[in-house]
Design a protein around this ligand. Structure first.
Ligand code: ING
Length: 311
């Protein structure tokens, strides 16, 4: 009997900056219910799924900036989602801006939470790779001020036993870095969940614009294959506050194959029944460290700097 897990990747279309939390949450609840109707055990929501992606513009008033953050999850803005998930018996992943106190200091994180079918938190992640910059760039059509608004995540890349397997999380830019998948893979991740807000064009490197969809696929497909894990990448898609964002929400098998992909730039749920045992040929075979990488026969590593300079 293989370990089947039916997963829904719940892409969000644009969230206007003046959309209320309640209305944004209701959109998520609608997709959660659809996931339940389609047999999902787990529904994966995107990065900053409760608000517009506010790092795309300068906010100078601290109180206004803090209004985009959650002081507690579950809390008044999200309790209805937790309650409905528990009523339906469906687990979920949610990305949100987190305002937290750490060692007596107020911290601002770009976070995600993994919640079981009983509505109870299983694990939490705080984004580690913060792209963009801390000072606005007036010549840019939009900003990426994540380095200004967020602290670097302090929880590392971790995994949890859940949904019959081992689950890890990362967020957006984390998915571009091989270390993300490697650490999660070495910690046994069979399923990696992530959300992203990715503009279709990059003002710093416009030459890369035609490659944005390819780099999105490449990052997640290679991470999945090289670590023998399922990867679920969920977009905030479409034109949000003047910024066109990539869709391409997708579910990727441990083979690296895309088995389901969104086709719109709106709220869209894609569903796939994932066999967690499909990870075995990769984890126990092709990419098994002990069987396939033995350093001793390389002999001692001699540093070139130790050698006498020529002449
Ligand atoms: N967004 C983008 C991402 O990593 C980016 C930023 C785009 C960085 C393209 C480099 C190249 O998908 C977030 N929110 O990390």
């Amino acid at each position: 009997m293989t370990r089947q897990l039916t997963i829904g990747a719940a892409q969000s279309g644009p969230i206007p900056r003046d959309q209320s939390r309640a209305d944004a949450l209701e959109r998520l609840i609608v997709m959660l219910r659809e996931g339940h109707q389609r047999g999902c055990d787990l529904v994966v929501f995107t990065e900053c799924a409760l608000t517009a992606f506010f790092p795309h513009w300068l906010i100078e008033d601290p109180a206004e900036l803090d209004s985009y953050f959650e002081t507690a999850v579950p809390g008044p803005d999200t309790q209805a989602l937790f309650d409905e998930a528990r009523r339906l018996g469906v687990g979920f992943h949610l990305g949100f801006a987190e305002l937290a106190e750490v060692d007596g200091e107020v911290r601002h994180f770009n976070s995600s939470i993994l919640v079981g079918p009983d509505g109870v938190e299983i694990g939490r992640f705080r984004k580690i790779h913060l792209p963009g910059y801390s000072e606005p760039r007036p010549d840019h059509p939009f900003q990426n001020l994540e380095k200004r608004y967020f602290d670097v995540g302090d929880l590392g890349f971790d995994t949890w036993r859940a949904f019959g397997g081992t689950v890890g999380m990362c967020i957006c830019n984390d998915r571009r870095w091989p270390e993300t998948y490697r650490v999660l893979g070495l910690r046994g991740a069979e399923l990696i969940l992530l959300g992203y807000n990715t503009p279709s064009n990059n003002p710093d490197y416009p030459e890369m614009n035609p490659l944005v969809p390819f780099h999105n696929r490449l990052s997640m497909q290679s991470g999945a294959y090289q670590n023998g894990a399922w990867v679920v990448g969920v977009a905030k898609a479409g034109e949000e506050e003047g910024v066109m964002q990539l869709g391409q929400t997708m579910i990727i098998a441990p083979s690296g194959e895309i088995v389901a992909q969104a086709t719109t730039l709106q709220d869209e749920l894609i569903v796939h029944t994932c066999d967690l045992d499909a990870t075995r040929p990769y984890k126990e075979g092709i990419f098994h460290f002990g069987k396939n990488r033995r350093v001793e026969h390389y002999g001692p590593i001699t540093s070139q700097t130790e050698a006498e300079p020529p002449g």
